[in-house]
Design a protein. Structure first.
Length: 155
């Protein structure tokens, strides 16, 4: 046999096992060989960061010093600077104790309603730290919440 024919025959002998490795039959024997093997844990994909940052309003409401006036049944309980804590949609707590109990320690809470009016309560006892005493329904007039019993202003 000439040398060239031997080289081709040798090359074919080397390629036959390689071709068998890529055949479907070879893949099937590999698959059935792993049936009894324990499952391999694959890591879950890591979520990609959002291309646009999410912004949140994390600023909590805080009390601010304002000019206040609070009168009940014709008696002025507060006329001067006080701390006012916003409660959303126009409601607030007037004369909060956020910096300790103030000298004039009566305070009022105005809770707005959908109809444009509000409900007002106060602490009739100046040592009480809850505004559980009702003042009734109030309406906004000239920047103050008022009714026949009370006038609550924070400007």
């Amino acid at each position: 046999m000439p040398l060239k024919t031997c080289s081709i025959a040798a090359a074919l002998l080397l390629l036959v096992p390689l071709a068998a490795c890529n055949s479907p039959q070879a893949a099937d024997t590999t698959a059935t060989a792993n049936v009894g093997a324990p499952p391999v844990a694959t890591p879950s994909p890591t979520p990609l960061p959002s291309p646009t940052p999410v912004t949140r309003d994390e600023t909590a409401p805080h009390s601010a010093a304002k000019q206040c006036r609070f009168a009940v049944d014709g008696k002025t309980l507060l006329d001067g600077r006080c701390q006012v804590y916003p409660m959303g949609d126009g409601g607030y707590t007037l004369n909060t104790w956020s910096a300790g109990k103030p000298a004039q320690s009566h305070f009022a809470v105005v809770t707005t309603r959908a109809d444009g009016k509000a409900d007002a309560t106060w602490n009739k006892d100046p040592d009480d730290d809850k505004a559980m005493d009702p003042l009734g329904t109030v309406t906004l007039q000239d920047g103050c919440w008022v009714n026949a019993r009370t006038r609550i202003c924070a400007r």
